[in-house]
Design a protein around this ligand. Structure first.
Ligand code: FAD
Length: 508
């Protein structure tokens, strides 16, 4: 292929697609190479955490999220109607859980309006594919990347495809190729962690006596954990008897039936299986997200058990964090060292997620010691402070980036909010912050006297939208919604330094 491409993204899963969208908005030429002919239909994420949803809402997908959420609610309603009014368990209300303890209370959270959305991964991938298409992102399917060589000035990438093998030179390669990432392996990234100890099943089934598995919600037994019927036919099981002996073997109806009978302790038959997959608690994290011109994002960089539904969000926020930075480096506006902040910011976040998933596995086990610890955690969650701590940990909202500032806001990802635009803004009237962020630019919310902050920003960068606001503090917001600077009172102290750090080499 002879065309000029700045960045090759490997994998058109959710993380690869959002990375490509971010890079395209940053003015960079991207090529996405995907092994599969069509999007995978394997059942994975059933919901998306607040920070992942927000990353999509900032890029034109708010309406698609709302529509997909409505479809999920309709399916849940149908399931309740099918199973009867008493079938809905205590934990079936969508408000997040820790280790299957559906006790995270909205009223205890610091920002309850920033919530998870029950939108499944197929819907997320479909809306990302639509958005990528609308932006003209090139996605080449049936292209299996088989190797690459890093040179001083670029990366030579090669792939095999039924329509002919290909190779291309690009400036950077981003591996968004999932938990078994070949980019991670070929580049020689270390991937330390803990080996799998259990097997999890996700299936859509037809059961002969579904009423025997109700009410829905997480049910812990002496054999493991299961949850049935929160969506029509949907079954999740945690089998703690060990990891799968052959993880490649297809999941059969017989296997699902045997595990279900053992875990539920119920005399039951699985009449048919629409789909089924198995997963483990293999828990690993790369020690760096970048080696020279090769970067990783999403499951390629971190794997863990799916408890609490955190992986998709984690990967989407990786993409949001990396995309604008890599675009700025490719445009030549920022030094390569900006990319080091990607690992510095995202590695601790992933580390915290991995740790909480390990803790969840520990207290879901069927033994009495785990049960006692679990009961203790459930009692502790009655305290508002503990509830808020666990809720903030599971949503990721309480884990800011350490940007070295004493201001509490700095390093946090800002949620959407109405903003009143004043005299020295782009326009007038009330808009939402995320509306202003749709094109991938940074934003200055300027509450300074005479628009002093806007003048400094205009002199430093063309890639920041200045919006005058009636009330402070003034804030400099990066394209990934991270608050890079907040002014005290009407002061602009520290703003120029933040601009140099994140947006421009000009004043270095
Ligand atoms: C059972 C289960 C339930 C989950 N539930 C939740 C949940 O409720 N909420 C949540 O937030 N997360 C959840 N997750 C996690 C979430 O599904 C993953 O974190 C997410 O899929 C990661 O996206 P990704 O784009 O990084 O990787 P993937 O989705 O794995 O995409 C990687 C892509 O790369 C392609 N690829 C691989 N190798 C190559 C190659 N050599 N060349 C070209 N293409 C290649 C693959 O075909 C694939 O399309 C769950 C996961 C599982 C397994």
């Amino acid at each position: 292929m002879n065309k000029h491409i700045d960045v090759v993204v490997v994998g058109a899963g959710p993380v690869g697609l959002l990375t490509a969208i971010e890079l395209t908005l940053g003015g960079v030429r991207v090529l996405v190479l995907e092994r599969l002919a069509a999007a995978s239909m394997v059942t994975k994420a059933l919901g998306i955490g607040p920070l992942g949803s927000e990353a999509l809402q900032r890029r034109g997908m708010a309406a698609a999220i709302a529509a997909a959420e409505e479809r999920t609610f309709a399916a849940m309603k149908k399931s309740t109607e099918q199973n009867g009014p008493d079938a809905r368990g205590k934990g079936s209300k969508f408000s997040g859980h820790f280790a299957g303890l559906s006790l995270i209370r909205k009223d205890a959270q610091k920002e309850p309006e920033r919530r998870a959305h029950p939108v499944d991964q197929h819907a997320v991938e479909a809306m990302l594919a639509d958005r990528a298409r609308a932006l003209g992102v090139e996605v080449h399917r049936e292209c299996d990347v088989t190797g690459f060589v890093q040179q001083d000035d670029g990366v030579d990438v090669k792939w095999v495809s039924p329509t002919g093998d290909g190779r291309i030179r690009c400036a950077y390669l981003v591996g968004c190729d999932g938990g078994r990432s070949s980019i991670r392996k070929m580049a020689g990234f270390d991937f330390p962690g803990t080996a799998p100890s259990m097997t999890m099943y996700n299936a859509v089934t037809e059961i002969d006596h579904p009423e025997r598995l109700l009410p829905s919600g997480w049910r812990r037994t002496s054999g493991g954990v299961f949850s049935y019927g929160f969506l029509p036919g949907r079954l999740v099981m945690l089998d703690f008897s060990g990891p799968p002996s052959d993880r490649e073997a297809p999941v059969t109806r017989e296997e699902i039936e045997a595990v279900l009978r053992r875990i539920s302790g119920t005399d039951i038959r699985v009449k048919s299986l629409e789909s089924a997959s198995r997963w483990t608690d293999n828990t690993r994290l790369v020690d760096t997200y970048r080696q020279g011109r090769v970067l990783l994002a999403g499951d390629a960089a971190h794997i863990h058990s799916p408890f609490g539904g955190q992986g998709l969000s984690l990967g989407l926020v990786d993409a949001a964090n990396l995309g604008w930075k890599l675009a700025a480096v490719v445009r030549g506006e920022m030094p390569e060292s900006l990319l080091d902040t990607y690992t510095a910011e995202r590695h601790p976040v992933a580390e915290a997620v991995l740790a909480n998933t390990l803790a969840q596995v520990a207290i879901m086990r069927p033994d009495s010691q785990a049960g006692a610890m679990r009961d203790l955690v459930a009692k502790l969650m009655q305290f508002d402070d503990v509830n808020r701590f666990i809720g903030g940990m599971m949503s990721g909202l309480s884990t800011p980036y350490d940007l070295g500032s004493e201001m509490d806001d700095v390093g946090r990802l800002i949620g959407d909010r109405p903003i009143s635009q004043g005299s020295h803004s782009d326009g007038g009237g009330d808009v939402s912050l995320y509306d202003v962020m749709q094109d991938g630019m940074g934003v200055l919310l300027d509450a300074s006297i005479d628009g002093e902050a806007s003048k400094l920003v205009a002199a430093a960068s063309q890639r920041i939208r200045c919006v005058a606001v009636d009330t402070g503090p003034s804030m400099l917001i990066r394209p990934d919604a991270c608050i890079a600077w907040a002014g005290e009172e009407n002061s602009t102290d520290g703003l120029e330094e933040a601009l140099r750090r994140w947006f421009t080499t000009e004043a270095r």
